[in-house]
Design a protein around this ligand. Structure first.
Ligand code: SF4
Ligand code: SF4
Length: 336
């Protein structure tokens, strides 16, 4: 079984179990943030603006594992901050893999080649590095506000591939992007670097991000992705998204947000309502689900949601729609 098919089968079985136990709200993937500190200062980042004493904190491994076990999610995306600045990040990854969770370790890759031998990461079908690449050299270095980061990240990807790891990328697009800048970077990662899979996202306008001028509106996002995906490129690229989420990005379907499907757990607890907005924190996933008025959130209900088309809100809706339809389930397998 290929890795995406094995993973889809596991997720399908997990969703089926929620249906038969009549569990209405459940997590598909947790955005786990075991620290907020980072070695870069990207202008669009909403995570590194915390006070110095918060930036110094690291989440203990037991706390992270306890949160994932309590919520039961089958997938975990570890972000931050820069997870390679957490001294026990390999232990956290290995403990999650041991529990057969699919783990993505998101990194800007600047520290990767320097620190990889300090850590005990092992290649596994349950584990992939996800390297942040927003564009080709000039565009990416501008996005992370530092020269040389693109070249280092590509060198790190090649080193990980040499060591047998699965490598994905994650690219965020702003209104300074054009269909051509998106095509250029995704063609490069897909055809030349040959990463296993790629994730894409329109940038979300974090209230705390220093640069507020370059976030995309909904119509701009749809047009940008429609043009980028044209001429068979969407099918050619190994995108790690459900076909219905890609339909959503290019405006072929519209969905409501399902923020409880990709919840965020950080040093402060379970963030309400999602990874992108913080209206307080809950101690457990159960408390987050039960004590949040989910009807208040989403486009048209909260001004802060109006330009949001982010993966964490809309991919769960697309995945649930896929699993609810035999035709879409087959399409998801064929298009992987
Ligand atoms: S690499 Fe990620 S966490 Fe670090 S500043 Fe950039 S966006 Fe923020
Ligand atoms: S639309 Fe959903 S995912 Fe987006 S900011 Fe609002 S609550 Fe969060």
């Amino acid at each position: 079984m290929s890795i995406p098919v094995r993973q889809s089968a596991r997720i399908g079985a997990y969703i089926f179990k929620q249906k038969i136990t009549r569990t209405k709200k459940f997590p598909l993937i947790v955005e786990l943030e075991p620290l907020f500190a980072c070695n870069l200062k990207c202008v669009g980042c909403g995570k590194i603006q915390h006070p110095a004493d918060t930036l110094r904190q690291r989440m203990p491994v037991e706390q992270a594992i306890g949160a994932i076990e309590e919520c039961g999610a089958p997938m975990v995306s570890i972000a931050g901050g820069e997870p390679l600045m957490h001294p026990d990040i390999d232990v956290m990854v290995n403990e999650l893999v041991k529990r057969k969770k699919f783990v993505y370790l998101c990194t800007n890759a600047v520290l990767l080649r320097k620190r990889i031998d300090r850590f005990d990461f092992k290649p596994s079908p349950y584990f992939a590095f996800v390297v942040h690449i927003d564009g080709l050299r000039e565009r990416h270095d501008e996005s992370v506000s530092k020269e040389g980061v693109f070249d280092e990240a590509i060198a790190a990807i090649r080193e990980l591939q040499r060591r047998g790891f699965r490598v994905h990328t994650n690219s965020t697009f702003f209104n300074t992007d054009t269909p051509q800048t998106i095509i250029d970077v995704l063609d490069f990662l897909n055809d030349e670097v040959k990463v296993d899979q790629m994730m894409i996202s329109p940038a979300y306008a974090y209230e705390k991000a220093p640069d507020q001028d370059h976030f995309l509106g909904v119509e701009e996002t749809r047009e940008l992705f429609r043009k980028s995906f044209a001429d068979g490129r969407r099918k050619k690229w190994r995108l790690n998204h459900s076909p219905l989420f890609l339909d959503f990005l290019e405006g072929k379907v519209d969905y409501e947000c399902t923020a409880w499907g990709i919840p965020s757990y950080s040093l402060f607890g379970w963030q309400r309502p999602c990874y992108l907005m913080s209206d307080g924190y809950a101690k457990t996933y159960k408390e987050l689900v039960e004590d949040t008025d989910w009807s208040k959130y989403g486009r048209g209900r909260d001004d802060r949601c109006n330009n949001c088309m982010a993966h964490c809100g809309y991919e769960p809706t697309a995945v649930l729609a896929t699993m609810g339809s035999l035709k879409e389930s087959l399409r998801a397998v064929v298009e992987h």
